[in-house]
Write a protein that binds this ligand. Structure first.
Ligand code: UD1
Length: 418
């Protein structure tokens, strides 16, 4: 168990560079399976989820190495088509390997990823997409066996929900299927375009990624590619929340401001000044924030579910009542019970959280329930009076590279104790 010990009440200030996107790097690393040869992935964050993905790649027969923030995956040899239970459980999004293994080897055997801290997370849309491409699927006793039925074939696939993972899985599988695949109601997250850019560098023909309709013209084979992962918009928004909450003033470098548009609007509504200059964003907090009327998490370009928790923490001291509606995941309010230990006043009714701003939070001993909920507790601790201890069972390091170091450089008093 890791502990983050925070002495709250210091304003964040200064400047920091945002690392590469976890949610982009994960599918790109999985896609290395179909891009046969040497793949060079720059700006790959150093996170436990990335380590777990690299372990899966090694298990499948790839050679994987890291030099600084560059990960090199040689997928010339892929000798395995199954992912054992222990590797699947390390990371829920390992289902992203399904399309890649199926396409490369003709058969994939995965254990079912199951639910996780934030919800049930079924994979029916992924499996439906694979079946439409011609795969035969047998799912029993917690295992999924998927074979390509003599070769995947391009087709029309309308997603019942714009699932990020399913869109990515289908894109990877369809990249070298026979014929054209058209995905409608596709997810539009920036990470989808990043994956398409990587696959296209390896020889794929994907158009429309980042829009609702993605057209994939299957090619015979893909080769290894070199690619730089986009910056992590969720990490950026998390540090902006912390700066806003502590009455601070920070600059984030190496970001793509357009990816943060739905979030920047909320910071402005809460009274912060936002200045965008090329690839940097500066935030100046007014001190005590104003409440925001209503935040509804939505697929991109809506407000991201992954930033719901840190922003909720930021609004606990705002003047007035803020309302959040979580529409994407059913169990994403577990951190709220912990926020109450700081003296926050929040009522949850189903998918809705009503936050009555209080003048002050007091440091508390809390337990991080999941990755983004854990960051919300760190944000709360930074803006609370006194000492906070966030006990964390390796959730936060899944998505934030050395947050204690980044925040210390931004004037916070935070230590990590392992
Ligand atoms: C990705 C992100 C995650 C983010 C989420 C939504 C990665 C590694 N993770 O997760 O950080 O919170 O997008 O922006 O990129 N669903 C089904 N059936 C399916 C697939 C999804 O019912 O087959 C449901 C999910 O349970 C959830 C919703 O659809 O309620 C959104 O899921 P999805 O977009 O697939 O999220 P992930 O790709 O898992």
């Amino acid at each position: 168990m890791t502990k983050y010990v925070i002495e709250g009440g210091r304003k964040l200030c200064g400047s920091t560079k945002v690392h590469g996107s976890k949610n982009s790097a994960l599918p790109i690393l999985a896609a290395c399976i179909v891009c046969k040869g040497k793949n060079v992935i720059h700006n790959c964050p150093d996170l436990s989820d990335i380590d777990a993905t690299c372990n899966i790649l090694k298990h499948l027969g790839c050679t994987v190495s890291r030099e600084g923030d560059t990960v090199i995956v040689d997928s010339t040899e892929v000798s395995e088509n199954s992912i054992p239970d222990n590797l699947m459980r390390e990371m829920r999004s390992s289902v992203i390997f399904l399309g890649a293994i199926l396409s490369r080897t003709g058969e994939a055997l995965l254990s079912s990823p199951g639910g996780c801290e934030i919800g049930l997370r079924p994979i029916d849309i992924h499996l439906d997409g694979m079946e439409k491409l011609g795969a035969q699927i047998v799912s029993e006793y917690g295992h999924i066996r998927c074979s390509n039925g003599g070769g995947l074939k391009g087709t029309k696939i309308n997603l019942s929900f714009p699932s990020v993972g399913a869109t990515e899985n289908i894109m990877i599988a369809a990249a070298s299927a026979d014929g054209i695949t058209v995905i409608t109601n596709a997810a539009r997250e920036p990470e989808i375009s990043d994956l398409a850019d990587f696959l296209n560098r390896g020889g794929a023909r994907i158009a429309g990624a980042g829009e609702s309709t993605v057209v994939i013209e299957g090619v015979k084979s893909l080769t290894g590619a070199e690619h730089t992962v986009i910056p992590d918009r969720i990490v950026a928004a998390s540090y902006l929340s912390a700066a806003a909450f502590t009455g601070g003033e920070i600059e984030l470098k190496s970001v793509i401001p357009a990816h943060l548009e739905p979030v920047l609007n909320v910071f402005e509504e809460s009274g912060c000044r936002i200045d965008v200059n090329g690839r940097s964003i500066s935030l100046t907090s007014p001190g005590r924030l104003k409440s925001v009327k209503m935040i509804r998490t939505m697929p991109y370009p809506g407000f991201p579910t992954d930033i719901q928790a840190p922003v909720a923490a930021m609004l606990t001291k705002a003047k007035g009542t803020s309302i959040i509606v979580e529409t994407i995941f059913e169990s994403r309010y577990k951190y709220i019970g912990e926020l109450m230990r700081f003296g926050a006043n929040i009522n949850v009714d189903g998918r809705m959280a009503v936050i009555e701003g209080v003048p002050m939070l007091h440091g508390a001993n809390v337990v991080s329930p999941d990755l983004r909920g854990g960051m919300a507790l760190i944000v709360a601790g930074l803006g609370a009076e006194g000492t906070t201890v966030v006990a964390d069972d390796n959730h936060i390091c899944r998505g934030y590279e050395t947050p204690e170091k980044v925040l210390s450089e931004l004037n916070a008093d935070i230590k990590r104790i392992d």
